[in-house]
Ligand binder design. Structure first.
Ligand code: DAT
Ligand code: MG
Length: 136
C-alpha cells in the first residue's frame, strides 16, 4: 500500500467542508489511516512549505494556513495514491479547476483552495514525516 498526506485547510474547516472532502476520498476507495486537527503555525508551515519559503506569496500562505485549525490526514491506497488525490483536488488555482474536482466545485481563490495533497511519492514521505513522525 502507498500513502499520501492530505490537509483540509482552514477554509475547509471553517466552511464545514471536511466531511465532504473525507466522503469523496472514502468513496474513491481510499482509506484514511491517520488524522489530527491542528493549527499549522509558522514553524510547521516553514517545514511543510519549504519549497515556497522565498516566494512572494509565502507570507500570505503562512497567515492563511495558520489562521485556524486544519485537519491533517494520511490517506492510503494503491501505487501513486498522491496522484489520485491531486486529480481529485483540481489545479492549484481554483479558477482553472474542473467541475467535479474539490477545488473546481467549492473554491475560486488561489490562497483559499481548501486542500493540500503531496505532489510526489517523495513529498508524501517527507510530509507524512513532519506531521506524523511516529507513523512507521
Ligand atoms: P498546491 O497546493 O496545488 O500543491 P503549490 O504547492 O504550488 O500548490 O502552492 C502551495 C499553496 O500556495 C497553494 O495551494 C496556494 C498557494 N499559492 C501557490 N501559488 C500561489 C500564487 N501564485 N499566489 C498566491 N498563492 C499561491
Ligand atoms: Mg504543493
Amino acid at each position: 500500500m502507498n500513502r499520501t498526506l492530505v490537509i483540509a485547510k482552514p477554509d475547509a474547516v471553517e466552511r464545514g467542508l471536511v466531511g465532504e472532502i473525507i466522503t469523496r476520498i472514502e468513496r474513491r476507495g481510499l482509506k484514511i489511516v491517520a488524522a489530527q486537527m491542528k493549527v499549522i503555525d509558522e514553524k510547521l508551515a516553514s517545514r511543510h512549505y519549504e519549497e515556497h519559503v522565498s516566494k512572494p506569496f509565502y507570507p500570505d500562505l503562512v497567515s492563511f494556513i495558520g489562521r485556524s485549525p486544519s485537519v491533517v490526514m494520511v490517506v492510503e491506497g494503491p501505487d501513486d495514491t498522491w496522484k489520485i488525490l491531486r486529480t481529485m483536488m483540481g489545479t492549484t488555482n481554483p479558477v482553472d479547476a474542473l467541475p467535479g474536482t474539490i477545488r473546481g466545485d467549492f473554491a475560486y481563490e488561489v490562497t483559499e483552495n481548501l486542500i493540500h495533497g503531496s505532489d510526489s511519492g517523495e513529498s508524501a514521505i517527507r510530509e507524512i514525516g513532519i506531521f506524523f513522525p511516529d507513523l512507521g
